[in-house]
Ligand binder design. Structure first.
Ligand SMILES: [Zn+2]
Length: 191
């Protein structure tokens, strides 16, 4: 089956939703398949609208060991950072990496002992933080790709980043120092 080329269009309403709220804009709708034609310009309007929506709460439970690792990471690298803010920034950095095509580095992180460890044991430590609606939209797109809920995706990306930091692999260590750390500092300042 070949994809519709949207040759037969008519003026109409394009609709996209975010957390139950609808965004409507005038545009072109394909008469053959019903798809709305989202141009870059219209997508920009949509993203602008999303930015004006309220922040979204992210929450997950982690093991006491993961919490300990987070605290150790803070005291060793970023002593002024608050745990929730740093967690948010770790997830944000992960999202940006995936979107810029850098997800393959995490194939190796999945295999590390550190990462395997984080999913074992009782998850008794609560983590929660609020993120901007546009960030949420991006995270949601990635979680759809991995077939997970947004909170599960946040949980996983947080632990992948933490495991990357604690990894003993020289290549991963180099990647962390050169690519992740500068980005984290930048994001922390903006957070
Ligand atoms: Zn079509």
């Amino acid at each position: 089956m070949s994809a519709c080329e949207h040759k037969n269009t008519k003026k109409g309403k394009l609709v996209r939703t975010f957390k139950g709220a609808a965004f409507e804009v005038d545009g072109l709708v394909c008469q053959d398949c019903g798809a709305g034609l989202w141009t870059d310009e219209l997508s920009k309007h949509f993203h602008k609208w999303v930015m004006s929506q309220k922040k979204q709460r992210i929450q997950y439970q982690m093991t006491p060991e993961a919490k300990e690792c987070l605290d150790r990471f803070i005291s060793e690298e970023l002593p002024n950072a608050k745990p929730a803010t740093l967690s948010k920034v770790l997830v944000l950095a992960f999202t940006k990496l995936v979107e810029s095509g850098g997800a393959s580095v995490f194939d190796k992180v999945y295999e590390t002992e550190q990462f395997q460890h984080f999913s074992q044991g009782e998850r008794s430590e609560k983590m929660q933080f609020d993120i901007g609606a546009l960030f949420y939209l991006h995270l949601e797109a990635i979680s759809n790709l991995y077939d997970q809920s947004v909170n599960e995706m946040a949980f996983e990306s947080f632990h992948l980043m933490l495991a990357l930091f604690f990894s003993n692999d020289p290549e991963l260590k180099k990647y962390w120092t050169e690519c992740i750390m500068p980005k984290l500092q930048e994001l922390l300042m903006a957070a």
